[in-house]
Design a protein around this ligand. Sequence first.
Ligand code: ADP
Ligand code: MG
Length: 338
Amino acid sequence: MAEIHELSEQLSNQIAAGEVIERPASVVKELAENALDAQATQIDINVVDAGLSKITISDNGQGIPKTQVALAFLPHTTSKITSRDDLFRVHSLGFRGEALASIAAVAKVTMLTATESGLGTQIDLAGGQVLAQKSQTSRQGTFISVNDLFYNTPARLKYVKSVSTELAHIADIVNRLALAHPQTAWTFANNGNILLKTSGSGDLLRTITEIYSISIGRQMLPLKGHDLDFQINGFVSLPKLTRASRNYVSLFINGRYVKNAALTKALIAGYGSKLMVGRYPLAIINLQMDPFLVDVNVHPTKQEVRLSKEDALGQLLTTSVLNTLQPQNLIPDAVANL
Ligand code: ADP
Ligand code: MG
């Protein structure tokens, strides 16, 4: 056996990147979440060939100060948490300080960022190495361009699927981010074709119509519920509006899209026998709770979370759906004046 030795920083970063950056959609998710954490109200996402050639995201958020730009690309550097206690009251989408370092480890990256309009900072990196940094005129916010993803990790590149599959993954993420954040105006385009545009009105039903269609918006019922621990807000479809997969159920915990089979099941249970076998509703559900009740530090992508009162929340969700679907509410198209 060879001697035990420490991996080079570059190699360990590439290995770590594998956990967070699986495919182009992971890059889009991480960068868009950074823009949201920076309080952006406008986020524009452009990809070329489903992100395999290029991904750019620009936001009008807070920007990064000149002295911290290079630091942001080092592993485990974050402005979002400081102490161990902060980990149990995470209010931001990011906190692990891994995304920028991971993306820069497996792609060629350029960022232009400014904390106020005027002189900003441009940084160029490839394979985790800083190539250049200079001052550059910029408006307030951050623009980041990620090129040739996985150019230096051929094994990873092999696992990336076709352009159409990767595009579907990105669209799925962007749709959910836009639904979770209706107060932000989003655009998303592939090869110059605009695939999504929301107004940033802050109105969830309007955002639903912008993402899906007016007809779908008309068939959504408002959902509300609360107890001492949880607040539920959102929209669920009339039982006649269904899909063949559970994928149109989006659950957001404190603004973060999560996958949770138990809660999805609880929501569907509220429909009882109103759904045909093998059919599932559309639902956009915002769950608000004290961050203390949810552990987001379970998986690097933070889509799986651990909830300390999951059963109680599931019951509340089922009851809220039952209430919403009472017969008097089910008159078709009487839902909203769209
Ligand atoms: P995390 O989001 O977990 O903190 P990242 O690697 O994604 O880690 O980002 C590192 C840091 O860079 C963030 O904590 C933030 O301070 C800064 N940052 C990244 N993207 C942006 C952005 N779009 N606008 C402002 N600051 C950003
Ligand atoms: Mg981040």
